[in-house]
Design a protein around this ligand. Structure first.
Ligand SMILES: [Zn+2]
Length: 284
């Protein structure tokens, strides 16, 4: 009975919980700069980088985001079958949920890090924090990408930087785009959110605290003009989108915002570590 009610509610609203529905609100796709396009929802992002020899598509959103992403790509005038590489920031249900569907409709090669490959294959089962609660359709990587490794289509190069912590294989992708005679360094941050993870004593996974520390250092060294990420809130998407639509074509050029994001998320992480250390010392 409960299951029936949940199914009925799900069918009526698309997604069961209010937060997911809020994050998944559709917005019209648009060109951010050069051959870089936004094809995601209002908070859960997805990016299309086009070339004459096929396209890169980064992130698949929720299961429910995939049809929006497909629609957005077509609306921009591109063919789904021209997507050659399907990429993922990290193996959580709000960024990996739509990947299986997107792989099916595009025929693209799915590329992921070794650290997240297991979780992707298992559709989120056995997540170190969420257990078996936040599941998504399983997807098998066609290629495992290594730290610093690049993929190329025409003269477009996408480079993977392993930034583990938020997930074991959390990946930050970088590329360059040309706009108005200038080249821009683009950073697509995976996620540096430390949530309620355990960093002291019995860690959420062995080495997670060291991974976060290393990943912040990696990110600090990346050149960044255009700052993007897996969640719109990381880079104040709503505000920038509004400015962009009212004519500020450089709204997404935000190196300071990138550094601010890193400082704030690192501060948040350090505070959690300190608090957990104090709690650890206080308990017998
Ligand atoms: Zn996540």
């Amino acid at each position: 009975m409960v299951a029936l009610v949940l199914v009925a509610t799900g069918a009526a609203n698309g997604q069961a919980d209010a937060t997911s529905r809020e994050w998944n609100k559709p917005i019209p796709p648009f060109r951010i700069a050069g051959n870089l396009y936004y094809v995601g929802a209002i908070e859960i992002t997805s990016y299309l980088i086009t070339t004459p020899q096929g396209h890169f598509l980064l992130d698949g959103g929720f299961v429910e985001t995939a049809p929006q992403i497909e629609h957005n790509i077509v609306q921009l005038g591109f063919k789904l079958s021209d997507v050659k590489y399907l990429l993922n920031s990290h193996a959580h249900y709000d960024h990996a949920g739509g990947l299986a569907e997107l792989k099916k409709v595009t025929g693209a090669r799915f590329v992921a890090s070794e650290g997240d490959a297991g979780l992707l294959r298992k559709g989120g089962h056995g997540d170190f924090r969420f257990g078996d609660t936040l599941l998504f359709p399983p997807i098998e990587p066609d290629k495992i990408i290594l730290d610093g490794e690049s993929l190329q289509l025409a003269d477009q190069v996408m480079t993977a930087h392993l930034t583990p912590g938020h997930t074991r294989g959390n990946t930050t992708w970088t590329t360059k785009v040309r706009e108005g005679g200038r080249m821009y360094d683009v950073v697509f941050v995976g996620s540096q959110s430390s949530l309620d993870y355990k960093f002291v004593g019995l860690e959420s996974y062995p080495g997670i605290a060291a991974d976060f520390v290393k990943s912040f250092a990696v990110l600090r060294n990346l050149p960044c003009d255009i700052f993007l990420g897996s969640h719109g809130s990381f880079f104040h998407f709503a505000d920038k989108h509004e400015r962009f639509m009212s004519g500020d074509t450089s709204a997404f050029v935000d190196p300071d915002g990138y550094n601010r994001y890193l400082s704030e998320s690192e501060k948040d992480f350090r505070q959690k570590v300190d608090r957990q250390r104090q709690q650890g010392a206080a308990s017998p």
